[in-house]
Design a protein around this ligand. Structure first.
Ligand code: TXA
Ligand code: MG
Length: 319
């Protein structure tokens, strides 16, 4: 089991109370966490990430009982989703409480809330007894970190404390759902699938043109530095040949059964969506470091369980 030593917890809480930020493991990805009610702490998060100030951040809470401190209204749909999936990889977008900082909401009338399940995140939140703003602990526009080492790689000396909770279980950012104006809308796919959400609250609404902004969804987010090309699995070897013939070095993420020695690196693509998602960002980092000119990725299967993986891959390829 993943545990945190008492002295580490004390140091983390002292840093958070002083308005500092820490690297925090969650079950989805590592977060860069700071006191959500301290403007200096929130400003520090934005500065370290290099993130535009108009992008809202998720507030992490110890339990659902704290939601009313952050949301002025908790619709029945949100209650049902929280009961079904918290603690866990689900973020709810709700009407904001008047006291929430504009820098948290990006100036919108809504706030994003999540109760994470990771034992270290849970222990820190319980001891802190407040909301922690925590975007993924990567520099703006890059692949999210799924290990403490990734956080250090990305943010280095800018963050003194990075709690090590081991590799993240889910590996992809949380499912984001808006419960607003009597509608339940999916804003970002994640481990919790549409069928699972619908089992809890009934059919979701179609995304509206006036749906809340999810700036993390802009194209070219989650991108490695090397261009990504997605091809059908049966076309991987042909695409590899074409690149190699043209003098390009190629790294591949595809099932091992079609492996080809001309690839610089070949990462085996998991056959199950959970395992694929858990390893995706670490795999993209490895491929990115291989010195390849292009990253070839076999198109993963379709269906609700693959939606989050497909979403992140599409963004990674949309350079
Ligand atoms: O799994 C996760 O959600 C991770 C871990 C650390 O909890 N956090 C994460 O945060 O992915 P970040 O900042 O990288 O992405 C948060 C997303 C962004 O796309 C942001 O635009 C959206 O949540 N968001 C935050 N507040 C929102 C709001 N009020 N309305 C709509 N979208 C919001
Ligand atoms: Mg992010």
């Amino acid at each position: 089991m993943v545990v945190i030593a008492p002295y580490e917890l004390d140091a983390a809480i002292a840093a958070l109370r002083a308005g500092d930020v820490i690297g925090l493991p969650t079950e989805t990805v590592y977060g860069l966490a700071g006191d959500a009610s301290n403007p200096d702490a929130v400003a520090r998060i934005y500065a370290i990430k290099g993130r535009p100030a108009t992008h809202p951040v998720i507030v992490h809470l110890a339990d659902g009982g704290q939601v009313s401190r952050w949301a002025r209204e908790v619709p029945a749909s949100a209650e049902a989703l929280a009961a079904a999936f918290w603690p866990g990889p689900l973020t709810l977008v709700l009407p904001r409480h008047a006291s929430v900082l504009d820098t948290i909401t990006g100036g919108q009338d809504t706030v994003a809330l999540r109760v994470p399940a990771h034992p270290i995140a849970a222990a820190v939140l319980r001891a802190f007894d407040g909301g922690l703003a925590a975007p993924s602990a990567n520099r703006y526009g890059r692949v999210s970190p799924t290990t403490a080492a990734h956080v250090r790689e990305d943010l280095g000396a800018a963050v003194a404390i990075v709690l090590d909770g081991g590799p993240c279980d889910v590996g992809l950012e949380s499912t984001i759902v808006a419960c607003l104006d009597g509608r339940v809308t999916l804003l970002r796919p994640g481990r919790i699938t549409v069928p699972a959400l619908e089992a809890a609250v009934g059919p979701l609404a179609e995304s509206q043109a006036d749906a809340p902004r999810v700036p993390g969804s802009i194209v070219s987010h989650y991108a490695p530095r090397t261009p990504v090309e997605i091809v059908p699995v049966q076309a991987v070897v042909a695409a590899l040949s074409a690149h190699v013939d043209a003098g390009r070095r190629v790294a591949v993420l595809a099932p091992d059964r079609v492996s080809d020695a001309r690839a610089l690196t070949w990462m085996d693509a998991a056959a199950e969506p959970e395992a694929y998602g858990q390893s995706l960002y670490a795999n993209l980092r490895t491929l990115d470091r291989s010195g390849a000119d292009v990253l070839l990725v076999a198109d993963p299967p379709t269906g609700p369980a693959w939606a989050a993986v497909r979403d992140r891959l599409t963004r990674a390829a949309a350079h």
